[in-house]
Design a protein around this ligand. Structure first.
Ligand SMILES: NC(=O)c1ccc[n+]([C@@H]2O[C@H](COP(=O)([O-])OP(=O)(O)OC[C@H]3O[C@@H](n4cnc5c(N)ncnc54)[C@H](O)[C@@H]3O)[C@@H](O)[C@H]2O)c1
Length: 317
């Protein structure tokens, strides 16, 4: 927990609201600013919903949803939001020119020692911070939606980000209860989208090559690999899948994966007939107009799963 440190959240959409609740739960005083005054006011409903979700999941460590939302203040302007902030989390639309303009403003107007972090999903920090005099304190802190519920966050430096800025950001994320992943350098996709992208490549390839239907691929993941992956990462998984641990696993199964990799060198087709097939399969199970209801159901099941994982945290390490 932090001792009332101030975090400024810039942009009050989906991710901004998630961060506001995450920082408030971690003990920060939060100022939320959006250039669209209506969006900032609408954020109040989303903040209340996200905080209530955490309360239901037993993830508030004795705090109430109300005490969390009370710690979030809607700022009237950017200067009010930035005043006294030790950490600024930017969550504006994923457009390079907007990120560049917002970071220029933040670098000029935020306290000199504040960390300037972007939630960008796919832009490298070097793409929008090179021109800034305070570029050494700029980095990416990329969450998974919603950061109030899902703790992993990728902390990504530009080539000029200082080690102390990385240290301070990682430390703050730890203190508010997130799980920071400290990256050594920037790379497209960071870590999590690279892992997800590799899996999607193979999913599309299996369909494109007529090996499996889209439903079969989803079954293989959902009912095969994913239950373990909710508990363990890939290295932890293979360490438990051979009596002698990871080295033994590689000795036994490494050649099989090398052989498979030979057939995975080409980029899979995500368009045309393959996409038609995947879309047809999805729409058969879920008409487009039922997507919002399915998202809500996914979120409530995710809350239940997080609750279970939290109350049954592993004791082996
Ligand atoms: N949606 C996701 O699943 C997800 C996950 C991780 C990261 N991200 C990243 O988070 C960022 C925000 O995404 P989102 O889904 O919350 O977008 P969103 O469209 O829901 O919200 C963006 C908000 O920024 C506001 N805004 C625009 N220009 C502004 C400015 N100059 N100053 C202040 N506010 C401004 C808009 O009014 C809007 O409320 C993007 O970079 C996105 O790539 C999104």
């Amino acid at each position: 927990m932090t001792n009332n440190l101030k975090a400024a959240i810039i942009g009050s959409g989906l991710i901004g609201c998630g961060w506001a609740v995450a920082f408030a739960r971690g003990g920060c005083n939060v100022a939320l600013f959006d250039q669209n005054a209506d969006a900032a006011q609408q954020a109040k409903g989303m903040l209340a919903r996200l905080a209530a979700e955490l309360e239901t999941a037993g993830m508030l460590d004795g705090q109430t949803a109300e005490s969390i939302t009370e710690r979030v203040h809607i700022a009237a302007d950017l200067d009010e939001a930035l005043d006294g902030a030790v950490h600024v989390q930017e969550n504006v639309p994923e457009k390079l020119d907007i990120k560049k303009a917002v970071f220029s403003e933040l670098d000029t107007r935020a306290p000199r020692d504040a960390i300037l972090a972007s939630s960008t999903s796919a832009l490298l920090p070097s793409a929008f911070t090179e021109h800034l005099s305070g570029r050494d304190r700029c980095l990416v802190a990329h969450p998974i939606n919603p950061p109030s519920l899902i703790r992993a966050v990728e902390i990504v430096p530009a080539p000029w980000t200082s080690a102390s800025a990385m240290d301070r950001c990682v430390d703050l994320m730890d203190r508010i209860g997130q799980k920071p992943i400290r990256m050594q350098r920037e790379i497209d996709g960071f870590i999590m989208n690279r892992l997800q992208g590799a899996l999607l490549q193979e999913a599309f390839r299996l369909v494109a090559d007529g090996i499996a239907t889209p439903e079969d691929v989803d079954t293989g993941l959902r009912d095969g690999l994913a239950p373990r992956w909710a508990l363990l990462g890939p290295f932890e998984t293979i360490d438990l899948n051979a009596p002698g641990g990871v080295r033994d696993y590689v000795a036994r199964y490494g050649p099989m994966y090398t052989k498979i990799a030979e057939t995975q060198r080409e980029t899979a087709d995500w368009t045309g007939q393959t996409l038609d097939e995947v879309e047809e399969a999805r729409r058969k199970h879920l008409p487009l107009d039922r997507i919002p209801a399915a998202q809500a159901e996914r979120d409530s099941r995710l809350v239940e799963m997080m609750k279970h994982l939290r109350t049954n945290a592993r004791k082996s390490e």
